[in-house]
Design a protein around this ligand. Structure first.
Ligand SMILES: [Zn+2]
Length: 307
C-alpha cells in the first residue's frame, strides 16, 4: 500500500495491532530459548509463525508484525551464522506474514516488519538501557543493512511498513533517520521503550525523541512499546505535545519481569488490559496492540473496543 494511503488510513479510528509473538510461539511448543529468540523458528517451524499470525488476525488484528525482531546480520554473526542467512530470514518473515494475511482475502491486513534495536542483537538486554559500546555510524550501518534488504524486496513480497521498536534512545532514533535517507518511499513507525511517565529507557525525554523524527518523510506513526501499561497514558500525552502524527501503543501485558530468577511474575487479565486500552484511545492513541506476554485474548478485547 502506498505510504500516503497508509498515513491517511492511520489518522482516524482505531487500528488494532497484534500482540506478543515469542510467548505465543512458546504456547505452540516452539523452542525460543536460543540466542536468536523467536528468529530461528522462521527456519525450523515456519508453520507455527503463520499460526500465530492467523490467531491474531482472527482475534481482530488489522496490522501484524513479522517474527523478525531479532533478525540482523550482526546478531546472526554473533552466533556464527552468515549474513546472507539473516537477510533471507528477514524476507522469509515477511513472506510468512503475507501468507497468513492471504487466508483472509476480505480483510485488509497490513504487514509491519518488526525491527528491533541494536541492543536486541547484543543478546544482553542492552535495549532496555541503550548504553551501547558503539559509534553513531555503527548504529546507522546496523539499521541500514536491514532497511536495504526490505527496500529491495519485490512489491508483492514487501511489508506495508517498517516498525522500528523498543527503541531506547534519541541517538538510535536519529541513526535510523540517517539510515532511511536513501529510501524516502518507505513508511515507518518509531516506537520507544520507556522507563517512566516522560523518559525513554536511556533517559531522554520521549517528547524530544518524537520531535527528532516526526518530520521525516517516512514517519507514519510514533509510539511506545515494551513498556509497563501503567505508564502509557502519561506517555501518550508526551507524544501529543511533540507532534500530530498518529500514535501507536503496544505495551507489555502488565506482568513483571524478575531479572534475578529470569521469569515473569504476576498475571495479566485481558479485561483489565482492555480497560486501559480504552483510556489510551481516549487519550489519543490510534493504533493499539500488545508487546511481551500479551496474547490473542488481549487483542480480541482491544478489537471489541473498535466496534
Ligand atoms: Zn515487549
Amino acid at each position: 500500500m502506498p505510504r500516503g494511503t497508509i498515513r491517511e488510513s492511520l489518522l482516524s479510528g482505531l487500528h488494532v495491532l497484534d500482540g506478543g509473538m515469542a510467548s505465543e510461539l512458546e504456547y505452540l511448543g516452539a523452542d525460543i530459548n536460543g540466542p536468536l529468540w523467536s528468529a530461528h523458528v522462521l527456519e525450523d517451524a515456519p508453520e507455527k509463525v503463520v499460526a500465530v499470525h492467523r490467531a491474531y488476525i482472527e482475534a481482530g488484528a488489522e496490522i501484524i508484525e513479522t517474527a523478525s525482531y531479532q533478525v540482523s546480520r550482526m546478531g546472526y554473526a554473533e552466533v556464527g551464522l552468515e549474513p546472507t542467512r539473516a537477510d533471507a530470514a528477514l524476507l522469509r518473515s515477511v513472506a510468512l506474514a503475507l501468507r497468513a494475511a492471504a487466508f483472509y482475502p476480505d480483510r485488509r491486513v497490513l504487514v509491519a516488519a518488526s525491527l528491533g534495536p541494536y541492543g536486541a542483537a547484543l543478546h544482553n538486554g542492552a535495549e532496555y538501557h541503550g548504553n551501547y559500546d558503539s559509534t553513531f555510524d555503527e548504529l546507522i550501518e546496523f539499521h541500514r543493512q536491514r532497511i536495504d534488504v526490505l527496500a529491495s524486496a519485490r512489491p508483492a513480497e514487501s511489508p506495508d511498513l517498517l516498525a522500528f521498536e523498543t527503541l531506547p534512545s534519541m541517538a538510535e532514533a536519529e541513526a535510523i533517520g540517517q539510515a532511511l535517507r536513501r529510501h524516502a518511499e518507505l513508511a515507518v513507525w518509531f516506537s520507544f521503550t520507556c522507563r517512566d511517565e516522560v523518559h525513554v529507557a536511556h533517559g531522554e525525554l520521549l517528547r524530544e525523541c518524537a520531535r527528532a523524527i516526526a518530520d521525516l518523510p517516512q514517519t507514519v506513526a510514533i509510539g511506545i512499546n515494551c513498556t509497563q501499561p501503567s505508564l502509557v497514558g502519561s506517555l501518550i500525552a508526551e507524544l501529543r505535545a511533540a507532534s500530530d502524527k498518529p500514535i501507536v501503543v503496544y505495551p507489555n501485558s502488565g506482568e513483571g519481569w524478575d531479572a534475578e530468577h529470569r521469569c515473569w511474575t504476576g498475571t495479566s487479565d485481558p479485561d483489565v488490559f482492555a480497560d486501559k486500552a480504552r483510556e489510551w484511545l481516549t487519550a489519543g492513541a490510534r493504533i493499539v496492540g500488545g508487546c511481551c506476554r500479551t496474547r490473542p485474548a488481549h487483542i480480541r478485547m482491544v478489537a471489541g473496543l473498535a466496534i
